[in-house]
Design a protein around this ligand. Structure first.
Ligand code: ASP
Length: 438
């Protein structure tokens, strides 16, 4: 058995957190591979090392000395080293990096990657595990995708049977330069490592005890989700729940490796287990797996008599949006009208040209635009083909006096999506939570 673990920034924030990580790894000899993030915030006033690295790099780009910021970064790592009583020469590498930075020889990506690099060096020394640089096994293609065959082969030949620590977040381009994933990308590295080594589970250790059924800023003490499928998680993440980097799902999912979200500060908690599907009977009362949503959508509604009977009319409308590079999230339609739900921030710069071009393209009877719309999504594979679920949702919202502005359901019936006014967003989530989950 092999468990690949990934520890996020808050798990790497100071020496106390390093100790917790060690305890977690030592508690289970199957946890032989650790992927680590850069040091995160120690408290809400603190800074993430990655943010400081970007800041430092930006200074040098504008010819402004970044010494105080550089000092902040290095002193965090030196402090962790002192507190843990490790002997590891970091000073030479810091000096070398600073020299190259001042000479403008360090790219933004390389600079950002150093947070993970130094975390992994320290953690490997602390644990007595071998350090494997991500630049030696995460290989990017020229288009920025990962060459998984080459990467998996490299890691498995270097790490098979050993206990190793590797940095998250970055890899190497074909020309040898460092490239990072987008922010939060250490989750992807963990997933790639788990897939490369055919792990039995990918444990993603963070600072929450798994995924919650609703946003705790909206619902008081929401229940955790003990088990969720990859498909449900995708729906939740798409609709706004921010748990894992989206790119982290694909590598493990493809190899059918379960992903377990765990809490470094509460290691006894089983967290959330994510799998392709669950064989065991899931609680039949658990119709909804999670509720989430996003605010600030605009809805363009186009009215034209006989619209649904006209061949190609939807394509003509959508091609106007395509021309402006605006993607449409939902397209609910009626007999004589069709609506387009689009995040206001992406629509606003193009709104007037889009309206004019739709006018020209299909000569509608009327077009309206409503802003300040929130999209609420209830996700749950047990909703599929079960009559009465939407009825119950809409009755609950109706009773609470919340007006529904739009309704949409995916054909796989994994979700029910509806639009309400921004001002009703939190209430809609609470009403749903209280009527389905208690
Ligand atoms: N350190 C990087 C970030 O802050 C990557 C990560 O932590 O996953 O985005």
């Amino acid at each position: 058995m092999l468990k690949v673990t990934k520890f996020g920034g808050s798990s790497m924030a100071d020496a106390g957190q390093y100790k917790k990580v060690r305890d977690i790894l030592m508690a289970d000899p199957e946890r032989r591979v650790a992927v680590v993030s850069a040091a995160g915030k120690r408290n809400s006033q603190d800074h993430k090392i990655t943010d400081l690295l970007y800041l430092c790099h930006a200074h040098t780009q504008y010819g402004v000395p970044c010494d105080p910021v550089f000092e902040l970064i290095t002193s965090r790592y030196l402090e962790i080293r002192e507190d843990l009583g490790i002997t590891l020469d970091l000073e030479t590498e810091f000096a070398e990096l600073k020299k190259r930075l001042d000479a403008k020889q360090v790219s933004q990506d390389e600079m950002a990657s150093r947070g993970e690099y130094f975390s992994a060096k320290l953690m490997a020394a602390y644990l007595g595990f071998e350090f494997i640089d991500a630049a030696n096994w995460v290989f990017f293609n020229i288009d920025g995708t990962v060459d998984t065959a080459k990467s998996y082969e490299a890691l498995s030949s270097m790490a098979k049977g050993k206990s190793v620590v590797t940095p998250g977040f970055y890899g190497v381009m074909p020309d040898g330069s460092i490239r990072t994933f987008s922010r939060g990308g250490s989750d992807i590295t963990g997933s790639l490592a788990a897939a490369a080594l055919d792990a039995d589970v990918y444990e993603n250790w963070t600072d929450v005890s798994g995924i919650l059924m609703a946003d705790p800023r909206i619902v008081e003490n929401p229940h955790p989700i003990p088990e969720i499928t990859y498909d449900e998680l995708r729906e939740l993440a798409y609709a706004g729940a921010n748990v894992l980097h989206e790119g982290a799902i694909y590598p493990v999912r493809k190899k059918n490796i379960p992903l377990n979200i765990r809490n470094t500060n509460d290691p006894g908690n089983p967290g959330t287990m994510i799998r392709k599907h669950f064989d065991t009977e899931i609680d039949p009362n658990r119709i909804i797996t999670g509720i989430t949503g996003k605010k600030d959508f605009s809805i363009i509604t186009i009215f034209k008599r006989g619209l649904t009977n006209q061949v190609g009319i939807l394509r003509r409308i959508l091609s106007v949006l395509e021309k402006h590079g605006v993607s449409v999230e939902f397209v609910p339609n009626g007999m004589d009208n069709v609506s387009l739900a689009i995040p206001t921030a992406t629509l606003a710069p193009h709104l007037y040209s889009i309206l004019a071009e739709i006018q020209q393209e299909i000569s509608p009877d009327n077009i309206t635009v409503h802003d300040q719309i929130a999209i609420v999504t209830a996700v749950g594979h047990q909703m599929a083909f079960r009559p009465g679920v939407s009825g119950k949702i809409f009755a609950a919202l109706g009773q609470a006096g919340i007006n529904i502005r739009m309704i949409n359901q995916g054909p796989d019936e994994l979700n029910i999506i509806f639009g309400v006014e921004n001002k009703d967003f939190a209430d809609a989530i609470r009403v749903l939570y209280n009527s389905f989950i208690k």
